[in-house]
Design a protein around this ligand. Sequence first.
Ligand code: 5AD
Ligand code: SF4
Length: 448
Amino acid sequence: MNIIKNKPKLYLETYGCQMNVADSEVVVSIMNDNGFVITNNLSEADIVFINTCSIRENAEKRVRARLDVFRQQKKKKPELLIGIIGCMAERLKEKLIEEEKSVDIIIGPDAYRNLPNLISIAESGQKAINVILSQEETYAEINPVRLGQNKISAFVSIMRGCDNFCSYCVVPYTRGRERSRNPQTILNEIKNLINNGYKEVTLLGQNIDKYKWENKENNEVINFVQLLEKVALLEPSMRVRFSTPFPKDMTDEVLFTITKYDNICKCIHLPVQSGSSEVLKKMKRGYSREWYMDRIKAIWEIIPECSITTDIITGFCSETEDDHKKTLSLMKWAKYDFAYMFKYSERPDTYAQKKLGDDIPDETKSRRLTEIIELQNKLSKESNEKDIGKVFEVLIEGLSKRSNEFFSGRNSQNKVIVFPKENYKIGGYVNVKVTDCTSATLKGEVLV
Ligand code: 5AD
Ligand code: SF4
């Protein structure tokens, strides 16, 4: 106990995407190896890290608000070190230190191995910064320390960076060039999860269809389909999910692989962003409305039971009322089961910021977003109503949010199902018959 007591303590908060969650687990692994222990209690922390997101202005505002809180804590404990890590660190670099005087350390997403060094610099009273992006770094052999509450599902990063350069998006600038991780290290990490009782793994990459690893020794090339198969074959009771495919690159071969293995979940998140080909062109997405519809048709044909979810940006540069209507009509046609919906937020230094105008008034963006959200709620409700009477295999993840008498889990389609707890166990599988639903949740009873 004493040894733990004397170790310096890290308090870490994570914002943004699943990739950031995975990165935080790498960061904690590196920190543990260097003698730090994690704490959930800010007041006992010796160092605070905020793993940040830059995708929309709001994400950055949230981080700035948290910095106010950490600044107060530093007033009480002047030796406290504050580090900003991740996408916002990469985007703003030394500017962040100029703007936020309480910040001691700035580290971009490819520089985490350099953490111990940077902490030493900060401890000596200097500001420490490393925002160098790498062509190779994948943290391949680092064994992440799992931070999730449930010890059932985990994220595994299989590639980093993005080369798509969609015109609105900051990610290629904050996360650098696309690179794939050695498949053997991916498989080892997942075997480790299996041995530790995990039941679900989500493979992560910004554009997962582009995964490609060339073995220099025998010139053998492994693509995403081959990796997905290798992962699925490790353990039939381990569910496999992945995020995110890109409409331009998602092949039928991937879809056939999903049908081939029961443990590959039947849910595809295929971000459309807009239903208008003109807008898609301005977004530099590399596909048209028709191309995207063809990909959805392929999913329906090859995996009829598959759920389909998406991301939508509303109010992008020069988006007309007609473009907006095309998004609504595509949503109705695709009958999305779920969607993440956002107002366009202009990001500094992107193509859209430099060459196109953020010319849709905020009231129009808000009104269009409301229309999109209302339509999606209706579609989600309809999709859930269709499931009433069906039986799904559910992986039990924990207590339901509303009641300690109910468990909550998800089916292969990634829909949340709640059911009476009885004597079932977290981490187990049960067959649940759906009896009722809302637009967000299915309710049911376990079949025995
Ligand atoms: N404004 C609003 N939403 C954005 N996204 C990415 N960049 C922006 C932006 N500048 C959304 C996209 C993407 C999701 C992760 O975030 O829909 O798929
Ligand atoms: Fe993730 Fe993109 Fe946000 Fe970076 S900017 S944390 S890649 S969502």
